[in-house]
Design a protein around this ligand. Structure first.
Ligand SMILES: O=C(O)CCC(=O)C(=O)O
Ligand SMILES: [Fe+2]
Length: 339
């Protein structure tokens, strides 16, 4: 059976519609386009094109696994990357999905990376044809809370076209609270409990049919129900730590560029930060990080964990001290003035 294809919906008013929000909350995903300014995305694409090996090149052969190995992660010396990561329409969309304010969001992942198409898998940890999975095990110290109280939004912003590259992300749309595919707790995957982590689909399912046959059967139904994200450039897949999904093979020789991001609510401290973070960026040449802090909006700073206006941190003394550090880079203390 050919899997069903999912196509994006255009966001018209700069904000997700209530149907799109509801789709994410009920089915576990939404696929939209038009949230982020196309000219920003074009700048980002130009940078990504220049950063990563071309499709079919010898250098591309050596690239495996997830992520850019630090090449395009937050914070980046390339301001465009930071601007897209903390884009105001994107932050508003995430806040709308979680039913919260932008000031309550925290960034935990931002990594733009290339995936290359190969005809064969290289090992059982290859991400070419992934096993069905949920992402929480490497994003959370615990388990996602109950379905109707989500604490994080994951997303993939695609810069390529699935018609050229293949490599559609597959998702299992949740049909409702009684959907057997979403039985709780969500532990039916390799890498959880005493099951070893296996990324490749064929290897994972062979392992599970030996080790946990009931689980293998349960998972066979997930593959049967998967729908494919037929992405075009600018498409934004919004999903969750408890959404069943997987990466599927790219066309041989193709390159897909996609940007993964995750935001959590501030209180969910057990949701881990996946990118290297900013600590060592504060000692880099050109002081790109301090410049970024100086120029960022109050919301953007907040989503990085900088104290929000009104936070008890802000006193006359701390405000003067922070201004002494960042004033040279354009930091405006006004919004942080204590009452
Ligand atoms: O590459 C994709 O389309 C999905 C990747 C993914 O789900 C993962 O690596 O966790
Ligand atoms: Fe995943």
């Amino acid at each position: 059976m050919t899997p069903r294809e999912i196509h994006s919906e255009i966001v018209t008013s700069g904000r997700l519609s209530s149907a799109q929000i509801d789709g994410w909350r009920q089915q576990g995903y939404a696929l939209v386009n038009g949230l982020i300014d196309p000219s920003l995305q074009q700048q980002m694409l130009d940078l990504a094109e220049a950063t990563f090996p071309a499709a079919g090149s010898a250098a591309a052969e050596k690239v495996t696994g997830f992520g850019s190995n630090g090449a395009l992660v937050f914070p980046s010396p390339h301001t465009i990357f930071n601007e897209i990561t903390l884009d105001s329409a994107l932050l508003q969309a995430v806040a709308d999905l979680l039913g919260t304010e932008i000031a309550q969001l925290r960034l935990t992942q931002s990594d733009l990376w290339p995936k290359y198409g190969r005809s064969e898998r290289q090992s059982e940890q290859d991400n070419r044809d992934q096993r069905m999975h949920v992402d929480y095990p490497n994003h959370s110290l615990v388990h996602p809370p109950r379905w109707d109280a989500p604490e994080a939004v994951e997303l993939i912003l695609y810069y390529s076209d699935s018609a050229d590259c293949g490599g559609e992300t597959a998702v299992v749309p949740r049909t409702g609270p009684e959907d057997p595919a979403y039985r709780w707790p969500i532990i039916d995957a390799p890498g959880i409990g005493d099951l070893r982590f296996v990324n490749d689909r064929a290897a994972a399912e062979a392992y599970l049919s030996e080790k946990a046959p009931e689980m293998a059967q349960f998972r066979a139904a997930l593959y049967e129900r998967e729908a494919r994200i037929a992405y075009v450039p600018g498409d934004l897949l919004l999903y969750r730590h408890d959404t069943w999904h997987r990466g599927t093979p790219l066309k041989s020789g193709a390159r897909r560029l996609a940007h993964n991001m995750t935001f959590r609510v501030a209180v969910a401290e057990w949701v881990s930060t996946l990118h290297p973070g900013w600590a060592w960026s504060a000692y880099q040449k050109d002081q790109f990080f301090e410049k970024w802090i100086g120029e960022a909006s109050v919301h953007q700073r907040c989503v990085m964990g900088f104290p929000a206006p009104g936070n008890a941190y802000w006193t006359k003394e701390t405000l003067a001290a922070v201004t002494a550090r960042y004033g040279i880079f354009g930091f405006d203390p006004t919004p942080y003035e204590p009452c």
